[in-house]
Each structure stands twice: as structure tokens, then as C-alpha cells.
Design a protein around this ligand. Structure first.
Ligand code: HEM
Length: 152
């Protein structure tokens, strides 16, 4: 039986030259920028107490996505559905920083793979949050921040 930490020979990251070391640098570089960002920083710094734990989890996540190692066990949809106040503007910013970081830190093929997967996962998270909030999501519609009433 294959150990969960083994890289799957047919994983998309193998052909693109992705390594665990590259994932570590991308994840750490990306979240350093996110934490310093005016739009995203307050959300992440407000929600995450243990950054070492979060970064290790996100390295495992990207390892599972690109190298199919099965290192990540979790439910991103549940975590994001419960984040208050997140809208399409946050997703656009998240992706802009991610694309910029991946292009700067990774060789082209690997950057393109990370960006492709991030865009697809962001779209599915955005849709999932909208459904969780009971928002109508028509074709091309984007996630709207909930209106907070005084006393909520
Ligand atoms: C608007 C954009 C986003 C925001 C504001 C956001 C925010 C967060 C926050 C605050 C957490 C930590 C929650 C906690 O530990 O209590 C988290 C966890 C996580 N995020 Fe995001 N995120 C965004 C987009 C994404 C995208 C596009 C991906 C994947 C490509 C992603 C992947 C993850 C994963 C894997 C976790 C860990 C979930 C777990 O605990 O198992 N996030 N996110």
C-alpha cells in the first residue's frame, strides 16, 4: 500500500516540477503578504492565533492538491462558510496576491498549475459560501457581503 506522504507519480505537480520545498516557500511567502495586506490582513489576523499550525496545514493542503500525497485532512468549505463578511472583493484580492506570489517564487509551469488550482478552488468556495448564506447565485453572479443589522 502507498503511504499517504508519497508523491503520486501521476500527480499534476510531478510534470510541472513542484516540490515540497517549493510549496513551503510559496505558502510562507503568500501568507506573509496576506497578513500585511489592508484588505485581507484583518480577516486572517483576526481568525488565526497559531500561524505555525495554519502554515503547516496549508503546506499539507497544497501538497495534497498538486502532488496527491493525501497529507491534508480537512473541510475548507465548512471553514470558509463560517467566515463573516467575506465577499467577492476578498476573493479577487486573495487571487491577485496568490498569482503575484506564485509567478515570483515558482518556475512558470509550477506557477501556472498553482494558479489554475487556486482559481478553481476559489470559485467553488465562493459559490459554496453564497449557497450557505442562502444567496441566489445566477450565472456569473458574485458573492455579496451580508448586510449586518445593528444588534446582530
Ligand atoms: C476570500 C478569500 C479567502 C479568505 C478570506 C480565507 C480565509 C481563511 C481563514 C481566516 C482561514 C482560517 C480559519 C480558521 O482556522 O479558523 C482559512 C483556512 C483555510 N483556507 Fe482560506 N481563505 C480564502 C480563500 C482560500 C482559497 C482560495 C483557498 C484554496 C485555494 C483556501 C484554502 C484554505 C484552507 C485549506 C484552509 C484550512 C482549512 C482547515 O482548517 O482545514 N482559502 N482561510
Amino acid at each position: 500500500m502507498t503511504a499517504v506522504r508519497d508523491i503520486h507519480p501521476k500527480a499534476p505537480g510531478v510534470a510541472a516540477g513542484v516540490t515540497e520545498h517549493m510549496i513551503h516557500d510559496l505558502v510562507h511567502g503568500f501568507y506573509a503578504r496576506v497578513r500585511a495586506d489592508d484588505v485581507l490582513g484583518p480577516i486572517f489576523n483576526g481568525a488565526i492565533d497559531d500561524w505555525d499550525h495554519h502554515l503547516a496545514k496549508l503546506c499539507a493542503f497544497w501538497s495534497s492538491v498538486t502532488l496527491m500525497t493525501g497529507r491534508y485532512k480537512g473541510s475548507p468549505m465548512k471553514v470558509h462558510a463560517e467566515l463573516p463578511g467575506v465577499s467577492s472583493a476578498h476573493f479577487d484580492r486573495w487571487l491577485a496576491i496568490f498569482r503575484e506570489t506564485a509567478r515570483e517564487l515558482c518556475p512558470t509551469d509550477a506557477a501556472l498549475l498553482f494558479i489554475d488550482r487556486a482559481e478553481r478552488i476559489a470559485q467553488s468556495l465562493e459559490l459554496g459560501i453564497a449557497v450557505h448564506r442562502g444567496q441566489f447565485v445566477g450565472h456569473g453572479a458574485r458573492l455579496v457581503a451580508p448586510i449586518v443589522q445593528p444588534g446582530d
